[in-house]
Ligand binder design. Structure first.
Ligand code: GLU
Length: 498
């Protein structure tokens, strides 16, 4: 155990507003690792207080993405647990009670200022070159007066009564202590006029009630971090440990990702959304390894990590507060490593749907024979059908021009193919090594390079220029089909030569 011997209770608390992207996945991962490492609990809480921005499909996508990545939660929506409900829209009464407590102990106040009044005050502050903030109009209204006005039907919000003097020192596990002057902090809204609690109140109340020990969240919450600690202290609660994760930068390493960048990325066949990565043939192990290292490292050299290794080795202390650039080349690299590390049976199972989606009827035994040939070559598993679809076809349709070997003409190629056919027809043992040897001898005899001969044969057998190892492929395809394909190639070459 690297961080603490205390069983951590951590939460991933997304607002389902759009598809799950790498940033969320990484936050979820680090939380998950801390929980599993300490024998604690990983909690999924849905922060849906902003009903206008809530998207039901986004919540489904979120749960599917976590499950696909293998980050199953111990408590939370769907699975429930001792602190249910885990959906903020079902916890309104709890927030109301807590807002009431802050109103009564003088840490919050009712505010009746209209948007128009607030805007006028803001303009004044700008004119006076002051920092814009709540002007303080309702800060000192008595609770009784406020309640009268509420009874009379006046619209209101509830604000945190930020001390006007002094400072607050907060501690982020990555950045150390940070001191904020209270006078620079605002009287933030805790409850909106529709009675809905905002993140600042809802999340703090939930984190406390759900006994969260570590809050690991995005860096965008650093600005309101002092408010959150003020809220904890106003209730007299013990704070969790706070960890603010760095943002992701564009692949070029300049600036944060924008919506437009995301769209452009998709056009070039890349994506930051977990679902897209799945559809593109990345495997969860590869994605996990990739995102784990976007902000954390174990040492300078180790780069291959499975989820179970990460559980053992993860440490908050080794998180990097500087922003990480998204590097898709690394994703390809890690995906390849993890594909190679899979059991043949496992990879076969994962490849099957990709072949089926392309309309291939897949024979399971044959697939298991093919997998070892593909395993070394695949970057993403969706490459498999284009690389190996020929195994499941009755016939291939080679491009006649591709059958002509480099440096030879169609007639010479046809002649070479004919001689190849004669040799293979006599092969007693249809096994890759014994198929290859006499053909090498043939190339020597004909004074061509083995590569020229094998090139013709490859296109004849597979219908493509790039394929898994040729002779192993021929062994799997079998004598009859292989010979049939070579005969067809000879006919195509002869037709060109004529
Ligand atoms: N709902 C917040 C968000 O999605 C959660 C932040 C947090 O983890 O506290 O940004």
């Amino acid at each position: 155990m690297t961080d603490s011997s205390q069983a951590a209770r951590v939460r991933f608390a997304p607002s389902p507003t759009g598809l799950t992207h790498l940033g969320s996945a990484r936050t979820a991962l680090y939380n998950y690792l801390l929980a599993k490492q300490t024998g604690g609990k990983f909690i999924l809480r849905i922060e849906d207080t902003d009903s206008k921005r809530y998207v039901a499909e986004a919540e489904d996508d979120l749960k599917d993405s976590l499950k696909w990545l293998g980050l199953n939660w111990d408590e939370g929506v769907e699975v429930q647990g001792p602190h249910a409900p885990y959906r903020q829209s079902e916890r309104k009464a709890i927030y109301r009670e807590h807002a009431q407590e802050l109103l009564e102990n003088g840490h919050a106040f009712y505010c009746f200022c209209t948007p128009k009044e607030l805007e006028a005050a803001r303009q004044e502050q700008i004119k006076r070159k002051e920092q814009t903030r709540y002007p303080g109009t309702c800060r000192n209204l008595s609770l009784e007066d406020a309640q009268q006005r509420i009874k009379a039907g006046e619209e209101h919000v509830i604000r945190f009564k930020m001390p006007r003097e002094g400072s607050i020192t907060v501690t982020d596990e990555l950045r150390g202590e940070i001191t904020f002057e209270n006078k620079n902090l605002d009287d933030y809204i805790l409850v909106k006029s529709d009675g809905q609690a905002l993140y600042h109140l809802a999340a703090m109340v939930d984190d406390h009630l759900m006994e969260i020990t570590h809050v690991t969240r995005g860096e965008e919450w650093l600005a309101t971090f002092p408010l959150h600690v003020h809220i904890y202290r106003a209730f007299g609660w013990q704070e969790p440990k706070w960890v603010h994760l760095s943002v992701f930068l564009k692949p070029q390493g300049k600036g944060k990702m924008s919506k437009r960048d995301t769209e452009q990325m998709k056009l070039s066949g890349q994506s930051i959304f977990v679902k897209d990565l799945e559809d593109m043939g990345y495997i969860p192990e590869g994605v996990i390894n990739w995102i784990a290292l976007m902000g954390w490292s174990y040492d300078d050299k180790t780069e291959f990590f499975r989820l179970e290794n990460l559980i053992e080795l993860f440490s908050i202390k080794k998180l990097n507060p500087s922003p990480a650039a998204i590097d898709f080349k690394k994703l390809d690299h890690f995906n390849g490593l993890h594909i190679r590390a899979l059991e043949v049976k496992d990879l076969a199972q994962r490849l099957l749907p990709f072949f089926e989606a392309e309309g291939y009827e897949v024979d399971d035994d044959k697939l298991k024979d093919i997998v070892p040939l593909l395993q070394e070559r695949l970057v993403t598993i969706d490459d498999a059908p284009s690389l190996a679809g020929f195994f499941f076809k009755d016939e291939v349709e080679p491009n006649p021009e591709e059958l002509v070997a480099k440096g030879l003409n169609a007639e010479e190629s046809a002649n070479l193919a004919q001689k190849t056919l004669s040799i293979l027809e006599q092969a007693t043992d249809w096994e890759h090594d014994s198929l290859q040897e006499p053909l090498r001898a043939l190339a020597d005899e004909m004074e061509v390079k083995a590569g020229q001969l094998f090139g013709i044969l490859r296109v004849a057998i597979t219908g493509q220029r790039v394929s898994p190892p040729l002779f192993e492929s021929m062994e799997i395809i079998g004598r009859e089909t292989s010979l049939k394909r070579i005969k067809k190639a000879i006919a195509l070459l002869e037709a060109q030569a004529a």
